[in-house]
Ligand binder design. Structure first.
Ligand SMILES: [Zn+2]
Length: 491
């Protein structure tokens, strides 16, 4: 009899030993910490050639905000972010599911998006695990980044968890976001939240007709797949990112409160199924609709490749060296391509380049002596007034092999400078939003308490194992004692 108890006990112990590490590693608790998520994004991107990620600026704590891009640079641009409120981690989980589907599903819709669109993801606008940006030097909650944008900014009390900052754009994160809107000019921008929903809302001050098209197309996609779409409305801006995005030229800007059930603020494992099966498909339908509607003709996208020609393609003479570049035109067409060059750090001249073939442009620079470091840049302006450039430095040119023929390198699309803040377009007056109708304006709309962090709700192995060990030893000792006593009695 006691033997059975002992066996049962050891079975339970063995089961616990197997389960606890699984819970810890995310099998039963699939939500991730900020660090885990960053690692996941980097790993996903690193395993897919042709994608890239890079820093777009710094958080208030000085670390780098990363943007992950994929697809066709000349395609329709769609930008989605998450975790502008640092504790709304589920938005980030949904964005990751979306990215995974895009890069790894091999779904024909995903493949088509990668061919037709330039997709930009900012998984973590706020790198803190609290709602605000945790800058407690001015407010105990830090600054609520989605109250710190310029359009509709309102002064508020530093004691509020929705504190809007000392001035509009006082926070580095909001300035970085504006530089992204201005530099990349996506057709669509989505700001993902979770807690006060579920619903989707587009900004009234943007291109309402285009936003309505997204809504209609999303309904169709949902109907075809048996998904219930998000309730969709529109609202204004009280210092929200969607207001500034529209002000800076993004045509259709959205805020999605992905979830909103009472338990959404806790990292409860059982919610992950709802996230994957209910809310992520709703978001994906909107994403797909936007990708379809973001026509390349709306874009100023273009790429410059410096054509690092084999030496044999270079025109060489006593006095000059030809520089050729391949320029992929934007939708509006190329206005000018100019070549700037400097030798040993001193600017020399700026010359126009001539189109010598389909997308191939050529200019010439004088032959410098072999000890000269020649730096040149090719600057392209399109008819939409957008400028991109690409530059290269040639140390001590020998003119026998001026360029490395094997490694043509694409230039960055555009360098994003987080500061200074780009010149503003005339402010589009946002229709005044009524605080009572605006789903996100009441400061207390979203629960104010920080969600339980994963580390709070699941004990670490280091904490659990000693406890289990002690209990085990105690139980083994007790069982053995009872067993021996019974044997003695029998005896
Ligand atoms: Zn939020």
């Amino acid at each position: 009899m006691r033997l059975k108890v002992l066996v049962a006990f050891f079975l339970v112990f063995a089961l616990l030993s197997v389960m606890i590490p699984r819970v810890q590693s995310g099998v039963f608790d699939p939500f991730h910490t900020k660090d885990e998520k960053t690692a996941m994004w980097k790993e996903l991107w690193s395993s897919h050639p042709g994608t890239e990620y890079f820093s777009v600026g710094k958080y208030y704590d000085g670390s780098e905000m990363l943007m992950f891009v994929a697809g066709n640079r000349t395609g329709g641009r769609v930008l989605w972010d998450a975790e502008m409120h640092g504790n709304e981690d589920k938005g980030g989980e949904i964005l990751f599911l979306l990215a995974q589907w895009l890069l790894e599903s091999n779904d024909s819709v995903a493949r088509s998006i990668l061919e037709q669109n330039y997709v930009m993801f900012l998984p973590m606008v706020n790198n803190q695990a609290v709602r605000g940006n945790n800058d407690t030097s001015i407010s105990s909650f830090g600054v609520d980044l989605n109250r710190n944008f310029e359009v509709g900014w309102q002064k508020s009390n530093p004691a509020d968890d929705t504190y809007s900052g000392q001035n509009p754009l006082s926070e580095p994160e909001t300035r970085v976001m504006r530089s992204i809107f201005a530099a990349y000019q996506p057709t669509f921008y989505v700001n993902l939240h979770c807690g006060a929903g579920p619903y989707a809302a587009f900004y009234k001050g943007g291109d309402v007709a285009l936003s309505e098209s997204v809504k209609n197309r999303t309904s169709q996609i949902c109907e075809e797949s048996g998904i219930v779409p998000y309730r969709t409305s529109s609202f204004g801006s009280n210092g929200y990112s969607i207001g500034d995005a529209a002000q800076l030229g993004v045509q259709s800007t959205w805020l999605i409160e992905t979830v909103g059930e009472a338990t959404a603020w806790r990292h409860l494992p059982e919610n992950y199924d709802a996230l994957v099966n209910t809310y992520y498909p709703k978001c994906r339908a909107i994403f797909v609709a936007m990708c379809e509607l973001a026509s390349p003709t709306d874009q100023a996208a273009k790429v410059v490749f410096i054509n690092q020609n084999p030496a044999s393609n270079l025109v060489r003479s006593q006095n000059n060296v030809a520089v050729q570049a391949t320029v992929t035109p934007s939708a509006t067409g190329i206005k000018s391509v100019t070549l700037h060059y400097a030798s040993n750090g001193v600017d020399q001249a700026e010359v126009g380049m001539m189109k010598i073939g389909e997308n191939v442009w050529e200019g010439s620079i004088p032959a410098f002596s072999q000890s000269t470091s020649v730096k040149y840049s090719i600057i392209v302006e399109d008819n939409g007034g957008n400028i991109v450039s690409s530059e290269a430095t040639i140390e001590s040119p020998s003119y026998t092999v001026l360029f490395d023929p094997q490694t043509p390198t694409p230039s960055p699309v555009r360098t994003v400078e987080p500061s200074p803040i780009p010149t503003l377009r005339p402010v589009q007056t946002a229709p005044p939003s009524s605080p009572t109708n605006d789903p996100t304006s009441p400061p207390k709309q979203e629960p104010t308490s920080a969600p339980l962090e994963k580390t709070d709700s699941s004990y670490s192995l280091q904490q659990i194992y000693p406890v289990i060990a002690v209990i085990s030893v105690a139980l083994v000792a007790l069982s053995s004692f009872l067993f021996i006593r019974k044997q003695k009695r029998k005896a």
